[in-house]
Ligand binder design. Structure first.
Ligand code: GLU
Length: 515
């Protein structure tokens, strides 16, 4: 069997959508699980839609996600696969190749020149509309009334070419035939050729269209599996015809068309607008629109870990066959199978995405979290030892989604200046200050000021005074942290140290008394 080779073939028409990242991920996983190569190719044949910065964005996004191509665009020549046996990997640099193959199709009668002007094409559609023809397409029937090398004489065609009359090259789709192919996800796909138009393969600007370039490149780059989004399924029959026309049927890649990613609410494909409307990113990284300067949010900058993002994407359309949900990239490479990719669209769930982030944050070591949290603290003007910050992370990580959310524990760095209104209203009673004074005396007498001892002393204090947790702990927390909720108070006290806890009780009591 040939070495498995997959490719991710984005067009640089804007920022890479998370659906695109999922396609890249599945291509990557499939190649890795089969010991194959993953190739990155840039499909920029539609120069009108080229967007400045999009190529760099694609490279940076894949890099952040850890989905690294073995070969292709953007890989330094020094790296294995970098120069690439099959390059260049940017289609605009391969023009001559496509022109040669387009001519080959003309010669074999599988494609033809069409000289119709834009106005004539509009007229054609108008005519078909009036006649009640459903498809309004340039095909085996309608082409007979048009200006192309199938209707014009050989001399007329030659004269047009010699005189530089603008033309396109179209695929000569057979008239009455069933086109069949197998899709790894969808099974047998059958399309009647009357539903396929004579697609333009080569344009008057000397550039191929997506269809021609895609098929030629997949063939020349020895791609064995074409894994791409469902939106390309309608193009697949055209591609099947092209492989046949070139005589490449034997080595035609297998197809796998991935399910759509759907809106969290309602139906339809997930779009950037859904993200704006419901407040979640649809792009891996921040994207600044080169024209408007508008910035669209990215998962990375929102604070997501790449493993959480990848894990979430992997499960949007694939399942491992059991209840397991947590897979980092390495584990995915072991677990992924294309057979377990669903046909049906996958609903995106922003809450579940946060859940993944929380799982990864919790399983990250305190020291690693501290390294990420320290620069954020620095921006807030706080500089503490890594040891201290690491302990803060240990206390906070069970209660936050993102590293930056640990700023909610600012009281672990600074004494509170405000006290939670609700706790004050509900819990602070007339006798509370006296209880807090007594508690303070107990704390003052603790020699080894650690969580365990504080807890023991605190509990015996409650017993002795015949007080419930609910009457004491929230108020104690209020004085020390200013908050109504948070991590274990005993751990907080150990971290802050005796002097700080006592001083906070004192100043809290006087501030609340004077409020
Ligand atoms: N250039 C196409 C895109 O932007 C690639 C489709 C394919 O993988 O064949 O999605």
């Amino acid at each position: 069997m040939n070495k498995v080779r997959t490719r991710f073939a984005p067009s640089p028409t804007g920022p890479l959508h998370m659906g695109g990242v999922r396609t890249a991920l599945y291509c990557y996983l499939f190649s890795k699980i089969n010991g194959g190569d993953f190739v990155l190719r840039i499909e920029d044949t539609d120069q009108n839609r080229y967007v400045e910065g999009a190529e760099e964005y694609i490279l940076e996004s894949l890099k952040w996600c850890g989905i690294s191509p073995d070969e292709g665009f953007g890989i330094p020549a020094s790296q294995e696969g970098g120069g690439g046996e099959y390059g260049p990997y940017r289609q605009s640099e391969r023009k001559e190749i496509y022109s040669k193959y387009a001519n080959q199709l003309i010669e074999s009668g599988n494609a033809y020149y069409a000289f119709d002007t834009p106005d004539e094409l509009v007229e054609m559609r108008e005519r078909l509309k009036q006649a009640g023809v459903p498809g309004l397409q340039y095909d085996a029937v309608s082409r007979t009334g048009m200006k192309n090398s199938l209707t014009l004489s050989a001399e007329e065609v030659q004269a047009n070419l010699d005189n530089g009359v603008p033309y396109v090259i179209r695929l000569n789709v057979p008239e009455n035939e069933e086109i069949r192919f197998h899709d790894l996800i969808r099974g047998l796909v059958v399309v009647h050729s009357s539903n396929i138009d004579d697609k333009v393969l080569f344009k008057s600007d000397g550039m191929p269209t997506y269809h021609l370039a895609n098929v030629v490149d997949d063939h020349l780059m020895k791609i064995t599996h074409v894994i791409r989004g469902e939106e390309w399924l309608p193009s697949a029959p055209t591609h099947v015809l092209l492989y046949r026309a070139f005589g490449w049927e034997e080595s035609r890649p297998e197809f796998a068309h991935l399910p759509l990613i759907l809106k969290p609410d309602g139906n339809g494909k997930l779009s950037k607008r859904d993200g704006d409307r419901l407040g979640f990113p649809v792009f891996p990284l921040n994207w600044t629109d080169p024209e408007s300067g508008n910035v669209s949010a990215g998962y990375k900058e929102q604070g997501y870990f790449k493993d959480a993002f990848i894990n979430m994407l992997a499960l949007l359309g694939w399942n491992p066959g059991d209840n397991r949900e947590l897979f980092d990239l390495k584990e995915l490479v072991e677990a992924f199978t294309i057979e377990r990719v669903n046909k049906a669209g996958a609903k995106f769930d922003p809450d579940k995405t946060k859940w993944f982030q929380e799982q990864y944050l919790r399983s990250t070591s305190n020291d690693e979290l501290a390294a990420l949290f320290m620069p954020i603290l620095k921006e807030e003007g706080i500089e503490k030892s890594i040891d201290y910050v690491s302990k803060v992370c240990g206390l906070m990580k069970e209660r936050v989604t993102f590293v930056k959310d640990m700023l909610n524990g600012m009281y672990l760095f600074k004494a509170p200046t405000e006290y939670d209104e609700k706790t004050l209203r509900k819990k602070w009673k007339e006798h509370t200050p006296a209880i807090m004074q007594d508690l303070k005396d107990i704390l003052l007498n603790i020699e080894t000021f650690n969580a365990e001892t504080i807890e023991v002393k605190f509990k015996s204090f409650l017993e002795e005074k015949e007080l419930g947790f609910g009457a004491v702990l929230p108020n104690f927390r209020l004085l020390v942290t200013g908050q109504g909720m948070g991590p274990s108070m005993f751990e907080i006290c150990e971290l802050l140290g005796k002097d700080e806890v006592i001083s906070r009780i004192n100043s809290g009591l006087s501030k609340i008394a004077n409020a």
